[in-house]
Design a protein around this ligand. Structure first.
Ligand code: ARG
Length: 264
């Protein structure tokens, strides 16, 4: 399994074959293949629009995250080393393009890793920021109501499973919910059902990947607002057929996350 592997950069995974196909198509239609086309998004994946996901942040250790409060980021436990004071993490917000001059960069002051985190389930952590960032936050699911349907994922992680280098641009994709019973066809008892949610297409091709960890998986609620249901956690490879991505089931931890954020 690929779990403790945050990379410096990341992006929503797309299959190399499909990416090559897209380039071939562009060439065939005499469309100029510009530098902009570089991370060619494929099956369900595209560059995010500016301000489409204003709560989305990049973490300097090579993970994603979401603004839970103006001064607190929700990410994955496996993206951090433990709890306590920590001023080493740089949070980049407000941009899709990581090296944009308009990026908001704020340092961490403290980290709270999920109590009892041991690499199995409980893959969440909070990062307190040195100052608040004035951008919309992403609320988290407090019950299981939204743990179904089609989810959106976004990140700067790898665009392919092997030898990916990540993306400077924020990529997004949508992936359907996979019931635990089906997710177990591949993962068996490596899945911790109450702590984890699975998502992906039976045929693969769209997934999160290395460097996307810690980023949110979200959908619209009944009031048409984004709500976070998952945190990018792990998977065997990326975007393989029959192998869903595994996400922290946020609803399971909503109250403990809320209390931890208030105490941070
Ligand atoms: N553990 C990876 C990271 O640290 C995320 C892997 C997600 N994998 C997947 N197939 N959905 O960035």
């Amino acid at each position: 399994m690929t779990h403790i592997a945050p990379r410096r950069r990341g992006l929503t995974a797309v299959k190399r074959v499909a990416a090559a196909g897209a380039v071939a198509l562009a060439v065939a239609s005499l469309e100029p293949v510009t530098a902009q086309a570089a991370p060619v998004p494929v099956v369900g994946g595209t560059p995010a629009a500016q301000n489409e996901f204003p709560f989305m942040v990049h973490l300097s250790m090579g993970c994603g995250g979401a603004l839970y409060k103006k001064d607190v980021v929700l990410t994955a436990a496996h993206c951090v080393r433990g709890s306590g004071n920590n001023t080493r993490i740089t949070v980049t917000a407000g941009v899709n393009e990581l090296n944009s001059s308009s990026a908001i960069k704020v340092r961490s002051t403290k980290v709270k890793q999920a109590p009892g985190y041991d690499g199995t389930g409980k893959d969440w952590a909070l990062i307190k920021l040195a100052r608040p960032i004035n951008l919309p936050t992403l609320k988290i699911a407090t019950n299981t109501r939204y743990n179904r349907g089609v989810f959106t994922v976004a990140g700067w992680g790898d665009t392919k499973e092997d030898g990916g280098t990540g993306s400077n641009k924020l990529l997004k994709a949508t992936v359907p919910y996979v019931p635990d019973s089906q997710c177990k066809w591949h993962y068996g008892n490596r899945l911790t059902p109450k702590d984890e949610l699975c998502a992906g297409y039976p045929q693969g091709g769209v997934d999160t990947c290395q460097g996307d960890s810690g980023g949110p998986m979200f959908r619209k609620d009944d009031a048409d607002r984004w709500i976070q249901v998952g945190i990018v956690s792990w998977g065997d490879g990326c975007a393989r057929p029959g192998v869903p991505g595994i996400y922290t089931q946020v609803s399971t931890f909503a109250s403990v996350i809320s209390r931890a954020a208030s105490a941070l």
